[in-house]
Design a protein. Structure first.
Length: 135
C-alpha cells in the first residue's frame, strides 16, 4: 500500500508485507532432523518519490518486522520462534503501462542483529516485482 504525498509533496508512506514457509531438514553428523518453517515480514517506509517520463522512482528509510518459526517433526526438540524489528532502506522504480496501471521492481536492504550464544549481525535483501493499480 502506498500513500503518495502523505507528508508533503514527493514524500509518502509505504506499507508492505509477505509470508512464506516450507519444510527441510537439518543434518548434524549422521542425524537428520526434519522441520517445518514459517516466515512473515512486513514494514513501513517513509520515502521520497518522483517521476521522470513514464517512470516513477522511490527511495527511503524502512522499519521492518520479521517473524520466523521452526517446528521439528517427530522429535523431542522444542518449537522455535524468533521476532525482531530491523532498520533498513527501500528503493524501487515503476513504469506506467496504462492509465493507473504500473509495473515495478523494488527492494529492501535490512540490518539484523541477534544474539544466539554470541552477538551476530546479518544484512539481508528482499527483491520484489509489483503490478499496481491506483485507486
Amino acid at each position: 500500500i502506498t500513500l503518495h504525498n502523505l507528508f508533503r509533496h514527493h514524500v509518502g508512506l509505504r506499507l508492505d508485507g509477505a509470508i512464506g514457509g516450507g519444510n527441510s531438514a537439518l543434518v548434524i553428523e549422521s542425524v537428520r532432523l526434519a522441520y517445518d518453517a514459517f516466515e512473515a515480514s512486513g514494514g513501513v517506509a517513509v520515502d521520497y518519490e518522483d517521476r521522470l517520463g513514464g517512470f516513477e522512482y522511490h527511495a527511503g528509510l524502512r522499519l521492518g518486522a520479521l517473524y520466523v518459526n521452526r517446528n521439528f517433526t517427530g522429535s523431542l526438540y522444542p518449537f522455535q520462534t524468533f521476532f525482531t524489528l530491523t532498520p533498513g532502506l527501500t528503493l524501487g522504480a515503476a513504469y506506467e503501462l496504462a492509465r493507473d496501471w504500473k509495473l515495478g521492481l523494488g527492494g529492501h536492504v535490512n540490518y539484523l542483529y541477534f544474539y544466539v550464544d554470541e552477538p551476530k549481525s546479518l544484512a539481508f535483501v528482499d527483491w520484489f516485482l509489483t503490478l499496481s493499480y491506483a485507486l
